[in-house]
Structures are given as C-alpha cells and as structure tokens.
Design a protein around this ligand. Sequence first.
Ligand code: BG6
Length: 514
Amino acid sequence: MKEPVMPGAVPNPLRSVLDRRLPRIAGPCVLVLFGVTGDLSRKKLLPAIYDLANRGLLPPGFGLVGFARRDWADQDFTQVAYDAVRTHARTPFREDVWRQLSEGVRFVPGEAHDDAAFDALVRTVRELDESRGTGGNYAFYLSLPPKLFPTVLTQLKRSGLAESSGDSWRRVVIEKPFGHDLASAQELNALVDDVFPPHSVFRIDHYLGKETVQNLLALRFSNTLFEPIWNRSYIDHVQITMAEDIGVGGRAGYYDGIGAARDVIQNHLLQLLALVAMEEPLSFTADAIRAEKVKALSAVQLPDDLATGTARGQYTAGWQGGAWVPGYLEEEGIPPNSTTETYAAMRLGVNTRRWAGVPFYLRTGKRLGRRVTEVALVFHRTANQVFDHVATANQGANSLVIRIQPDEGVTLRFGSKVPGTAMEVRDVSMDFSYGASFTETSPEAYERLILDVLIGDPPLFPHQEEVELSWRILDPVEEFWAKNGRPEPYPAGSWGPPSGHELLARDNRTWRRP
Ligand code: BG6
C-alpha cells in the first residue's frame, strides 16, 4: 500500500532508491501462448518463462496455457515445454522449479475460428484462477502468422476474454511483423484497437529487450562524457550493422516476399537509429521515451536518389564457417525466381540540429562473414595534423563502437604512439566488456520483455506511432526496389554485394570490418 504523504513532506530519496532495487516480480496471472508449435515458442518463449521462474520472478499463482491446432492433452504440451526448456533455457535446470511451473501448464486444442475452442479456453483460465489463484489476470501472446490475427482477436472479444473486470487486467502481446507496409500496419492496429485499449497492447521488438540496447540509453544519458561529442560537430557518420551468418533455414514461408529490410530494418535497426539519434527524454517512462523516439524517426530522411543511396543483395552458394552452404534460391521452399533480398543497406539522414549532414548507414544481411550487431559512431579527423602523414599513416578515424552482440560491450578506438624512438601513431582500443565488468549474466531479451508484459511496464515496447513512422521510411524504398531490377548476388560468407560497398565508397567512406 502507498504511504500517505503529508502535505509539504519531503520525499525520502533513499527510500525510493531502495524500492527500485527490489527485484521486479510479476503478480498472479495466466500467460496464454498462441502459436506454441512455432520455432519462437520452442527456442525463446518457453525457455524464457522457465528462466523467469528459476530466477524467482514468477509468482506461485502463475499459469501457462498453450493454444494450437494439435490434438494434444496437457501432458503432451508439458512434455514439449520440458524439452524446449532442457534444450534452450539459459539457467540451470532445477527439478523443484520445473515441478512448480508445470503444475500450472494447460493446453487447449483448437483452430482460431473455432468458437468451442475459445469457450474451452475461457473454462481453462477460470479453472487456473480457482486452482492456482491467478486472479483473473490474463496476457495473450500472439506468436502467430499475421493472417490469423483478425480471427484470434475477434475470438478474444466474442468469448469475453479480452474484457477485464474489477481490478484484474488483460494484455495482448503482438510479435512482429507489424504489417508489411504502412497501410497493413494501420489495418492491423485498427483490429487490435477494436479489442484492447492502447495501454494493454505490447508490441515486441526483441532488440529493445537486449541489455546492450538498453545500455545505449544508460551510456548516453547517465554519463557526462559522451553527450558533448554526440553530435554533428564531432561525429562524421554512424554505421549500424546487423550481420547474421545463418541463412533462411526453415523459415522460407515467412521470409520469402518479406526480405531483409522489412524483417529487421523496419524494426530493429530503425529502433537502434532512434535510440542513437533521439534527444534526452524527460524521464524513463514509456511516454517520455516514445516522444523522443517519435521525433527522431520523424526527422529521418531518405537519400534523394534511391538507386545510389540504397543497396540490396541475395546470397548465393559459398563457403561459410568451413562448410559449403546453398544459395538463397536453392533453399527449401524458396521459388527459383525469387527477388527477395537477403541483404539490405541504406544511407539515411536525420534532419535535426544535432545530426544535419551526418549520414546514418544501415546494413543487414544473412549469410554474411560473421554474426555481429554493432553501432559505430565514427568521428571527424583532427582539423589540424601536427604529425606528418608517415607518422599517422596507420591511424584511422576515432570511433566509439557499441557492441550489441555477440561480444557485448563498448570499444573506444583512438590513435596512440607506438613505443619507440620515432613518432608513429597507430589505432588502439579501450574496451568495456560485460563478461569482465559484471558478475551478473545478461538475461535473454525475451525474459525481460515477458516479465515487463506481466508487470505491465511499457518503456521497452515500440508504440504504434513508431511502427507507422518506420513504415513511412521504408515504403518508398520497397516500392522503388519492386519496380527496379533485382537484388545483386553475393557469395555466402562474404560481406555483401558490391553495391553495398559502393554505397559508402561514393561518400569516400568504408564499412567497418567488425
Ligand atoms: C528476427 C528476424 O527479428 O531477428 C530474424 O526475424 C533474425 O530473421 C533475428 O534472424 C535475429 O535476432 P538476434 O537476436 O539473433 O539478433
């Protein structure tokens, strides 16, 4: 209960600091997972739920309900969840934790359009309220192909599941893709809006759940060191790279026709851009952060010439990690004439006083040299050079690199005198790495985000306005690509097609080799 505050009383700052350091634990509730037979559920969601339980962050009054088109009983789903946890959980397996969690596991078989299945779902969550004390609080996680959203949302409304009563709450979690362009994103939102109030809708961009992405805010706004140089006077350009070594694997059905730009630039990379470019929020609340991200995304400008200001590619067969891997067109389920891009790069501007004239280069691709995501701020060179060009021949531009994954940390690159009798300057690195600096290990993004949903804490979830602004940025590029040619081939294991390199070469710059 909140303590009564006397008029004029001075709040005790120590007290509020202590309160914030207490672990954030979810209250009684049921999490209903739609799409439990999918990859995401098996590899990320079910293990994350177990990891939360193992960390003591789920209450005893917790229930987990799977819903899918399978003729399963509770025990079958429990077995599927058990296998997922044993294979993919981050934290060690503990029999007592699993037993406590699995006692609250239920399964409801059925199709999205089947009224009877949703009526069974109502009975199941009510039974959990009785047997587990879940308090009538339900979160619905839609890890589903978007074509099923309308039916499931309609069913949640028809069955009364979407409606809360008294003190209980209802929340809905939507996994990307949030549409495939602006119009479809607006349509999807209208559907969601019709069933759930905006504060109950949680859109997942799992990049925002990553520790290193949240650290961008800490780095920028809790230090004095970086803010004075975080602008066009010091920064020459910004490179945001999300490179993957994997191909499309078994995800042909989802990926083909979507492509790299819709799959990750529209969401993950533009969110990273927004966090780098935004101004300081008034506070660390969802509304204040969103207000600044929205301003940054509104200021984004596409290159005048999309032919030279963007690049796209498609991987062909090649050597990667010592193995010969097939090209995109040879992957199972991909039409042999597909024009879907597996690599995308673009130069964006941010029209604000802070960033005018500073290019933000974004690139992403599958089957690239190695798996790495990073944000690099590359600084101007010194205006005047007292050392001769021989002394500084091996010196690059200063840079600050935020290593999002896999080697999480921050690197500052600058020139240093090479020991010896001559003046020679060479680049060196000053490194912060999570592994060396913290004993705590980083939770998986999904642990953080699922916990935030259950607690009802929205700062790490993109708002519809951000989703729409991101489509506004991407739609013209997609339209241009659809009308002009096809993606340029690049061999698996390389760093993308020639046009990706030319994008920077035209500006006398090069991509960093991560
Ligand atoms: C997903 C994309 O959002 O992010 C996938 O749909 C991609 O194509 C994945 O592989 C990468 O996530 P992470 O956390 O491994 O960088």
